[in-house]
Write a protein that binds this ligand. Structure first.
Ligand SMILES: Cc1ncc(COP(=O)(O)O)c(C=O)c1O
Length: 409
């Protein structure tokens, strides 16, 4: 594996030339220059309806098709198993409209997820008179984890669907999705597992076949691409979906079933540039185009620096999610509160006095932050790093944070 040259990598992201340190990457990552160029090039050369026989339309079809193939390869899926949409929230909502479960059927929903993977299921349960079972970690702590073993007691022959995140956008904790899928499908072979991978996908390769999930959603604007999202649905799982498309249109692919009207062609076709940059789950570890091992190792250094500082002052900082920097257990999305400081005021002070861009709040994981962790309206301080952050940036951030908290502690 080639050593990771962070400066050479940063040069690929035009926005990183700005005077701003981006520590809100779980909110949205910076966009690759090649993606910007691909979008602009498409709009200049082939911005027509695809499917026609004329030259520009053929170019449009071919570029769209390449974007679909790249998106599928990114997850080790087939092209007929993916669909693009405006956001993960919209795709999950559309997905929920395709299920026609029977009254009394059961669905199991993780209560510590982003709301995008909660409210569609709550409403599906109400609409079709289903039994909704909440999957909540049994131990109340600052480091809640969804264990496959705890799911066992909730499953029954009537279970039709289970939902959870691969990693929380607040906690950064990585769930063992493969073990969860195994427990679900062993107990109830036809039950479906729908995983929100929005927070996970920017940081690690995802092989949906290896994980054994039925549905998996991600948002490309957090994976160095544009504002568009993608859903995977296995062929097997698609058999349980009705189509949302017009009655005269085909209904054989996930895209047929769930993507309504014309897609955002210029954005879909630009996904090829993201996948060329980052690699796929099947790229080998010594492949130069496979960035995943470097991402994990570099991010591990960044999170180690921040977490070492936070854990060195336990009376001051409460970390949510794993306090360990082990990259098997967590992503570089680190949330915490500071004793004697309101999260909002602390972030606003840092924003006024430095060029670090970070956030406070619940990040639409309101059930987790307010109900489970019991935090007030200001929620947590969230520092969410990406592989293009430098160690110097994180060292500088730790110094800035230390100055603010030491003044008043
Ligand atoms: C874990 C998680 N799930 C879902 C979403 C929603 O994604 P989108 O903005 O594409 O709807 C987000 C956005 O922050 C997220 O972090």
């Amino acid at each position: 594996m080639a050593t990771f040259d962070v400066e050479a990598d940063r040069a690929k992201f035009p926005a990183l030339k700005e005077d701003q340190v981006f520590l809100d990457n779980a909110g949205g990552s910076q966009t690759l220059g090649t993606v910007v160029e691909a979008i602009s090039d498409y709009l200049i050369k082939s911005n027509v309806q695809f499917g026609g026989g004329y030259k520009a339309s053929k170019a449009s079809s071919s570029r769209y098709d390449s974007g679909m193939s790249a998106g599928a390869k990114f997850l080790n899926a087939e092209k007929d198993e993916i669909a693009f949409g405006p956001s993960a929230t919209q795709l999950l909502r559309n997905l929920s409209l395709t299920f026609e479960f029977d009254e009394g059927d059961e669905i199991i929903v993780s209560s510590i997820d982003h709301e995008a993977n909660i409210s569609p299921w709550k409403e599906l349960a109400a609409r079709r008179n289903l039994v909704l079972k909440w999957w909540t970690p049994t131990t109340r702590s600052a480091n809640p984890v969804l264990f496959a073993s705890e799911l066992k007691g909730l499953l029954s022959p009537k279970t039709r669907l289970v939902t959870c995140t691969h990693a929380s956008n607040v906690l950064g904790t990585i769930h063992d999705v493969k073990a969860i899928a195994d427990v679900v499908h062993t107990a109830v072979p036809d039950a479906l597992l729908c995983v929100d991978g929005v927070a996970y996908a920017p940081h690690r390769p995802v092989d949906v076949k290896d994980l054994g999930v039925d549905f998996y959603v991600l948002s490309w604007y957090k994976v160095y691409g544009p504002h568009i999202a993608m859903l995977y649905g296995s062929r097997r799982a698609q058999k349980q979906m009705r189509t949302l498309g017009h009655f005269f249109n085909p209904d054989v692919t996930l895209e047929n079933k769930i993507s309504l009207g014309s897609g955002c062609y210029e954005l879909v076709q630009s996904i090829s540039a993201v996948v060329e940059y980052i690699g796929t789950p099947s790229s080998s570890s010594d492949d130069k185009t496979n960035l995943w091992p470097s991402i994990r190792d570099h991010e591990s250094q960044l999170q180690t620096h921040l977490l070492t500082y936070l854990t060195s002052r336990p009376s001051l900082f409460t970390i949510f999610g794993s306090p360990s920097a082990d990259s098997q257990m967590r992503l570089p999305t680190v949330s915490f509160v500071v004793s004697g400081h309101d999260s909002r005021e602390l972030v606003e002070t840092l924003e006024r006095t430095t060029n670090y861009g970070l956030r406070w709040g619940a990040f639409y994981s309101n059930g987790l932050v307010h109900d489970f962790l019991g935090l007030g309206p200001s929620g947590v301080v969230r520092v969410s790093m990406a592989h293009y952050n430098t160690l110097d940036e994180i060292k500088g951030f730790v110094e800035a944070l230390d100055r603010v908290v030491s003044k008043t502690s």
